[in-house]
Design a protein around this ligand. Structure first.
Ligand code: MG
Length: 383
């Protein structure tokens, strides 16, 4: 890795882990975090969790696993160019979606509705819960015992009520302030990745057309450039040439704008970054508007496409019925989860029971949730 900028997260000045551990021998603490994330069960399950398309719809679409890898790729490129800590940026990127329910946002919203009387459900907070508590891998501590910096990056947003329960990592949501730059980079890389790959997947699924997308400036500019050079390019290659140029344009804009703001503010260290009033990693206002235009287009034409809505409707029913069944009769749960329900119920009553059921459902992949639902509700599956 090239030399770190003074405002980068440095392993020597890390705020450390919740449970103290001897430092690794030939890795930095952030490399260790990244490695623990890659080896976690929650990370493997991302392979079968939906981004927009339900996992079994086709093998060609992004899943949360490939999405997370794309986020890490974009984020690392940005981090290196800014002199930030690549290992930390990668750790945050790979972990950012670990708390996602099956069936994307439809699953998250339904689980949140089910959990309303018990404190709600928020996927971002759940990502932190996965790495802090739910992974069961180490003898000396629950979770993955990641560094403060990685945990700070995973917690992208948080309500004040939740923040108040989280100790140091929740403080910036109560007192104002920013996470470190590596987290800011991972956050924007996430937005760049999903905007652009949802265009690609949307076209592949036949839900979006090139003609429709030409309403969007970011797309149309690159469309015109590519078609001017290669008028006969087949659609697949045309789409990729456009998408890769859109990603590049956003990344270059982000880098140039962020380099300028970092030069102007010149934060002496990561704590100055944290104390600054606004994020220092940002698009230019013009690119911010273009990015937003694409986001709104996808909201209207892809995320609310009738075929996507039908899928969402079905998956919401699956999540709700699973929750109701397990909550009202925890004996339907597999034994290890019955045990967790008991432990949490003893500590927190019904709220504890609900949280343990939500943890079980949130951990499911799309296909596992469908399978569990069939086992519980399909009369033809009586065995
Ligand atoms: Mg994401």
């Amino acid at each position: 890795m090239s030399a770190l900028a003074p405002f980068a997260a440095s392993p020597e000045r890390s705020r450390g882990r919740r449970y103290p551990e001897a430092p690794p021998q030939y890795r930095s603490p952030f490399q260790r975090d990244r490695d623990r994330i890659v080896h976690s069960a929650a990370f493997r399950r991302l392979e079968y969790k939906t981004q927009v398309f339900v996992n079994h719809e086709g093998d060609m679409f992004r899943t949360r696993l490939t999405h997370s890898i794309e986020v890490a790729q974009i984020a690392r490129a940005i981090a290196r160019a800014l002199g930030l800590n690549e290992d930390l940026t990668e750790a945050v990127s790979l972990a950012h979606d670990l708390g996602h329910t099956p069936f994307g946002h439809a699953g998250q919203d339904t689980l949140n509705d089910c959990m309303k009387p018990f404190g709600g459900f928020e996927h971002n907070l759940q990502s932190l819960r996965v790495v802090d508590e739910l992974e069961e891998r180490y003898a000396d501590f629950p979770g993955l015992n990641l560094t403060y910096e990685t945990r700070e990056g995973i917690l992208k947003h948080c309500s004040r009520a939740d923040a108040a329960t989280l100790g140091e990592v929740g403080r910036r949501f109560l007192e104002g302030g920013q996470p470190g730059l590596e987290a800011q980079v991972a956050n924007i890389a996430d937005a760049i990745a999903y905007n652009d790959h949802d265009v690609d997947d949307g076209i592949r699924a036949g839900l979006l057309s090139l003609q429709q997308l030409r309403e969007v400036t970011l797309f149309d500019e690159q469309y015109q450039l590519v078609v001017a050079t290669w008028p006969e390019l087949p659609e697949r290659r045309l789409v990729h040439e456009i998408v890769r140029r859109m990603i590049n344009r956003q990344v270059v804009d982000l880098l140039e704008t962020s380099l300028a703001s970092l030069a102007e503010v010149a934060p002496p260290d990561i704590d100055a970054v944290r104390a600054y009033a606004t994020p220092l990693i940002r698009f230019s206002p013009a690119m911010g508007a273009l990015h937003q235009q694409m986001k709104s287009f996808l909201m209207t034409h892809l995320y609310r496409h009738y075929r996507v809505l039908r899928m969402m409707g079905k998956s919401q029913r699956v999540v709700k019925e699973l929750f109701d069944a397990f909550f009202s009769e925890p004996r339907l749960l597999p034994p290890e989860h019955q045990r967790l329900v008991k432990v949490r119920e003893q500590a927190h009553g019904e709220t504890g029971r609900a949280r343990a059921v939500a943890d079980y459902i949130a951990g499911m992949t799309d296909r596992y949730a469908l399978l569990e639902h069939r086992k519980l509700f399909s009369p033809s599956d009586l065995t």
